[in-house]
Design a protein around this ligand. Structure first.
Ligand code: AMP
Length: 287
C-alpha cells in the first residue's frame, strides 16, 4: 500500500480531491469524517491538516503528500517535490498598515514587530536581508495584528489582495510564490514497486493538469486553406487532417489547442471559412 497524505479540509482539500478523481483515483471513504480512504489500486489516502503534511511525509508516515509550497518551506524539512499541481496559487507577502509610511522593505527599521503564521520563513527572509526584525508568531488572522498593537508589519498569504485591502494594509514585497505540490521523502527508494507506483501517480496527475489548459478542436475547413489553418491550429505535431467522404472541397482537421486562446482560434478558423467547429475538453494529455 502507498499512503498519500491529502489535506482534510480548507481550500486545498476540495481541489486535491477533484484532481485525484480526474486522474482516476477516486476517493472511497467510509464517511465524511473518515481519516483514511481507498484511492483504488495500491493507493490509500490519509486525511491530515495541510500544515502537518510535510512532517507526515518527512517522517515516513505517508509515502507522498499534497500540500502548499509555503507549508513545505515553513516546515524546514528536507522533502522532494514530485509535481507542481498548479492550484492553490498564492504569494507570501510582507504587508504594512496604509498609514505606516512603509512603502518598501528598506523602510522597515530594526526592531519592527512582524506578525506571521510563517515564523521560520519570515526569520530567514529578514535575516537574509540583514534586517533585525522581531518576529511575532500567530496561529491565524495575522491581518488583525497591526490593528491591535501586536505588530506593525505582517507576513501573510495573499491571493486576490482583498483581505489586505479591507484591513487597511498594503503589500510591500513578495517573500515567496506558492502553489500546491506533490511531495515525497528524499529517503524513499528510487526503484522497486513503490517507486514505480509513485511514478505512475505523478504521470497521471500531470496528464490531468496538462489537459486542463488545453481543448480539442475539430472543424471542416476548405482544402485550399490548409496551410493557413495549420498556422492557426498547429496542434501537438501538426493538425490531423481527415478526408471527408464526399471528395469535396472541405477536409476535417483536428488539433489540441490552448484553452486560454480558444476564442481567438475559433474566430481565426471562421475567417478561413471553417464550418462545423467543435470544441471539447480533454480528460488527459500525455504528450
Ligand atoms: P485574498 O483576500 O484573496 O488575498 O486571500 C487572503 C486570505 O486567504 C488570507 O487570509 C490567506 O491566509 C488566505 N489564503 C489565500 N490563498 C491561500 C492559499 N493558497 N492557501 C491558504 N490560505 C490562503
Amino acid at each position: 500500500m502507498l499512503r498519500i497524505a491529502l489535506p482534510n479540509k480548507g481550500r486545498l482539500s476540495d481541489e486535491a480531491r477533484e484532481l485525484f478523481t480526474d486522474a482516476g483515483l477516486e476517493i472511497r471513504a467510509a464517511g465524511p469524517r473518515a481519516l483514511t480512504a481507498s484511492l483504488g489500486g495500491e493507493f490509500q489516502a490519509l486525511f491530515v491538516r495541510a500544515q502537518d503534511i510535510p512532517e507526515f511525509v518527512a517522517d515516513g508516515a505517508a509515502d507522498a503528500g499534497v500540500t502548499g509550497f509555503d507549508l513545505v518551506q515553513e516546515s524546514g524539512r528536507a522533502l522532494c517535490e514530485l509535481a507542481d499541481l498548479e492550484f492553490g496559487r498564492c504569494r507570501l507577502a510582507v504587508a504594512a498598515r496604509d498609514d505606516s509610511g512603509i512603502a518598501a522593505l528598506d523602510d522597515i527599521v530594526d526592531g519592527t514587530r512582524v506578525a506571521t503564521v510563517f515564523p521560520r520563513i519570515t526569520e530567514q527572509f529578514f535575516r537574509g536581508r540583514g534586517q533585525a526584525v522581531e518576529v511575532v508568531p500567530v496561529s491565524g488572522a495575522a491581518e488583525i495584528a497591526p490593528h491591535i498593537g501586536i505588530a506593525d508589519v505582517i507576513v501573510d498569504l495573499v491571493s486576490t489582495g482583498s483581505t489586505l485591502r479591507v484591513n487597511g494594509l498594503h503589500e510591500v514585497a513578495t517573500v515567496l510564490e506558492s502553489s500546491t505540490r506533490l511531495i515525497a521523502s528524499p529517503d524513499a527508494p528510487s526503484d522497486g514497486a513503490r517507486a514505480r507506483a509513485l511514478d505512475e501517480l505523478v504521470a497521471a496527475l500531470n496528464s490531468v493538469i496538462a489537459a486542463r489548459g488545453k481543448r480539442y478542436v475539430m472543424a471542416n475547413v476548405p482544402r485550399a486553406r490548409l496551410d493557413a489553418v495549420k498556422r492557426v491550429i498547429p496542434g501537438l505535431n501538426g493538425p490531423t487532417v481527415i478526408d471527408i467522404m464526399n471528395g469535396g472541397a472541405f477536409v476535417a482537421v483536428h488539433a489540441v489547442v490552448t484553452a486560454a486562446t480558444i476564442y481567438r482560434t475559433i474566430a481565426d478558423l471562421k475567417a478561413l471559412g471553417a464550418e462545423g467547429i467543435l470544441v471539447t475538453r480533454i480528460e488527459r494529455l500525455m504528450a
